[in-house]
Design a protein around this ligand. Structure first.
Ligand code: COA
Length: 177
């Protein structure tokens, strides 16, 4: 566990992932309520978010996903995922997904620290190529550029914002040596 002030970043184990579901759903609900395009609309409910995290929990239990949680004073306020691609012809590749920091905990370096944890886990798993995508207008795009990711391009109208507006997505990769 890495600690800075009262913040701790942890890898959520298969044994602990189910009990983290309600807290992870709270963080996701907060991000969607604050306008982030994360696969959900404004009308989605807490039950939808919990169902999403139950699916992630199954992936963690199956060893397909490495899940990170950032806790502030013990409470989960941020998260990120590393998806270990299972295709036989892509044993070197992984994807980073759902990098989320609660609106009350942003701009304190948590996003960067979560990305660092995901990158370290990718290296430990022998993955040398990382891919991700994000809302073209999000703070995440600046963060990924700053962290040395290469921007590949932007696809207009890729998804919808929670309020139904069009959302362009920007795709990135990072090669690890
Ligand atoms: C994107 C997101 C994860 C960033 O989380 P964060 O914890 O705020 O990230 P960081 O603090 O590491 O960096 C963000 C900014 O804070 C700044 N920052 C970091 N520490 C700081 C500090 N102590 N004081 C002031 N600013 C600081 C960074 O310079 C960075 O600025 P920039 O965006 O202008 O480059 C967060 O905004 C979020 O959850 N957004 C909604 C969900 C989303 O869109 N996720 C990505 C899609 S998968």
């Amino acid at each position: 566990m890495m600690e800075a002030d009262a913040i701790a970043i942890e890898t959520v184990t298969a044994a602990a992932v189910r009990e983290a579901v309600p807290a992870l759903a709270r963080v996701l609900a907060d991000c969607v309520a604050n306008g982030a395009s994360l696969g959900f609309m404004h009308w989605n409910t807490r039950a939808d978010y919990e169902r999403f995290w139950e699916g992630v929990a199954a992936d963690v239990e199956a060893g397909r996903t490495v899940l990170f949680a950032a806790r502030r004073d013990g409470e989960i306020v941020g998260t990120a995922q590393l998806h270990l691609i299972g295709k036989p012809n892509q044993p070197h590749r992984a994807e980073i997904a759902k990098v989320l920091v609660h609106s009350t905990a942003r701009r304190q370096g948590l996003g960067e620290t979560l990305m660092g944890a995901a990158e370290a886990a990718a290296r430990a798993a022998g993955r040398t190529l990382l891919v991700l995508d994000t809302d073209a207008d999000s703070a995440a795009r600046r963060l990924y550029r700053r962290l040395g990711w290469t921007e590949v391009g932007t696809i207009p109208r890729f998804a919808l914002m929670p309020d139904g507006a069009d959302c362009a997505s920007t795709f990135f990769y990072k090669a690890l040596d």
